[in-house]
Design a protein around this ligand. Structure first.
Ligand code: 13P
Length: 255
């Protein structure tokens, strides 16, 4: 049975004290989760050691990172390697978020290398894909997302792929309040699963966790997570408040 996951991407929000308080609230109020359900908290880099320490005794809530560098070590001032993240307690690394593709000019080649770095250091990858509005308006989103997957993760073998989670985040739905409809999400998730099946076979596709991201809230999470191919969410704005995030976690536990 494939895992269901709700992951918090705090982006560049919350200082260390605010983040510590939020994690404590989540720990206090999180519902019990069965083994095939997972929560991930991805704070900014400087919070990670603190967050990982707070979550160390709670297996069903993992620590994530929002990025890692595409090289292993060296003269890259200001950068953070996968090995550093692993040593600080990180279990999941978000790679290829549209904000990093856009604002940090991350190329597919870099994302493939980041994926290799995270996997070879023993972490799971949450690989993001998703189209901008003009691609959706032209109705070419399926080919666009397929190319992102081919360029970012199709160099992996099947056993490496088993440590990858895919997050579909249509750019036009991120932080806009304009969520993809459950039909739009389901259509794309089914397409992604078919693309994975075409390359890696039916079992790999069946076991692949595919998250939806983009204005996911407690009020729409249950409907999105009820879709056959939506296995949870990658949450931005609504992950910054304990009650909102826990509402989404509860929707995942009930799905
Ligand atoms: P919002 O939930 O704020 O739309 O952000 C989604 C996202 O980008 C998560 O990675």
């Amino acid at each position: 049975m494939r895992k269901k996951i709700v992951a918090a991407n705090w982006k560049m929000n919350l200082d260390l004290q605010e983040g510590t308080t939020l994690v404590n609230e989540l720990l206090k109020n999180a519902p019990a989760l069965s083994p095939e359900r997972q929560v991930v908290i991805a704070p900014p880099f400087v919070h990670i050691a603190q967050t990982a320490g707070q979550l160390a005794a709670t297996a069903h809530i993992a620590t994530g990172a929002q990025n890692c560098h595409h090289e292993g070590a060296g003269a890259y001032t200001g950068e953070i390697s996968a090995k550093m993240l692993k040593s600080a307690g990180v279990q999941y690394v978000i790679i290829g978020h549209s904000e990093r593709r856009q604002y940090c000019a991350e190329t597919s080649e870099m994302l493939a290398k980041k994926t290799d770095q995270a996997l070879s250091n023993g972490m799971q990858v949450i690989f993001c894909c998703g189209e901008p509005l003009e691609i959706r308006d032209a109705d070419t989103q399926n080919a666009y997302v397929q190319q992102q997957l081919e360029e970012g993760i199709f160099h992996l073998d099947g056993s490496q792929l088993s440590n990858v989670v895919i997050a579909y985040e249509p750019i036009w739905a991120i932080g806009t309040g304009r969520t993809a409809s459950s039909a739009q999400a389901q259509d794309m998730h089914a397409h992604i699963r078919a693309v994975i099946a075409g390359k890696y076979g039916a079992d790999a596709a069946e076991n692949m966790t595919i998250l939806y991201g983009g204005s996911c809230k407690p009020s729409n999470a249950a409907e999105l997570f009820a879709c056959a191919d939506v296995d949870g969410g990658l949450i931005g704005g609504a992950s910054l408040k304990a009650d909102e995030f826990l509402g989404i976690v509860t929707a995942m536990t009930n799905s």
